[in-house]
Design a protein around this ligand. Structure first.
Ligand code: SF4
Ligand code: SF4
Length: 127
């Protein structure tokens, strides 16, 4: 699940908000995204992948949040690793891009989850 955004690195571009298929992030004051609905996170890493500032840390555990401080994450060298190894942006010449299909897959999953949620709310509302 998404754990944190390093404010000092964030350029307030808003891309992570746009690409998140589960609508986890909201624009905060001054543009810095806030983790508004972490419980909806699908651990898809799209926000990390699209963040050219390498400001987002998504932990691999998809069931629960893990305690991770900004200092630990910065020291771990994990920030930007996924984008790098996916061969995006400045890494295009160094690593093959194998993520070009996953965006569609995760977007569809997000849409399906939203539909299921809406249907469930309708059913509850009719009882
Ligand atoms: S994509 Fe990265 S730099 Fe852009 S708003 Fe999100 S956290 Fe900040
Ligand atoms: S990991 Fe995926 S679902 Fe979670 S906040 Fe990032 S883009 Fe959204």
């Amino acid at each position: 699940m998404i754990e944190l955004i390093v404010a000092d690195r964030c350029t307030d571009c808003g891309t992570c908000i746009e690409v998140c298929p589960a609508n986890v992030l909201d624009a905060g004051q001054g543009g810095l995204p806030i983790l508004a609905r972490v419980e909806d996170c699908q651990t898809c890493f799209m926000c990390e992948l699209y963040c050219q500032a390498d400001a987002i840390y998504v932990a691999p555990d998809c069931d629960r949040r893990v305690a991770a401080s900004e200092a630990e994450v910065l020291a771990s060298g994990r920030l930007g690793q996924y984008r790098k190894h996916s061969g995006w942006d400045e890494w295009a010449q160094h690593y093959p891009n194998e993520q070009w299909l996953m965006e569609t897959v995760f977007r569809r999953a997000g849409e399906a989850a939203a539909r299921a949620k809406a249907t469930s709310a309708d059913v509850i509302g009719t009882k």
